[in-house]
Design a protein. Sequence first.
Length: 159
Amino acid sequence: MNCKSYLFSFLHHGVVEAKVDIIDKASLLLHISEKFARETEIAPIDILERAFWKRERVQNTAIGRGVAMPHAVLPDVAQTLFGIFTLRQPIDFESPDKSKIDICFAMVEPSDQRDIHLKILGRTAYLIRETDLLTRIREAEEDAQLADVITTLDSQETL
């Protein structure tokens, strides 16, 4: 499967934010909800926050290596949107490897686009595993640099 530039087509630059000051998991999920609500108008903050927490209660979305991938499923959303956040200081996110997270890939998606959700997760996992994505993301100091890292690597690497 060729996924060249797959993530870029779902990345919303309004929900790409480098070096955010966050103190805990609850603050992060609220911040992500606020950014998606304000920058994309995809849904109100409270609905987004509830949807992110609903997913977290089913299964923690921390994947290890300092990364979490929270996502919210909303039936009335028209399209899948993807965002990236880095944290100034790592926080506890109950990761399976006990590492604190400092990188957050977040997604809001309609309930009928689970196939897209799985492709985005797979593509992100591939880039984490096969490239220096995490190092380059952690080095990004500005929002634009952060977006550039993911779009550059996404367009260069094929499965």
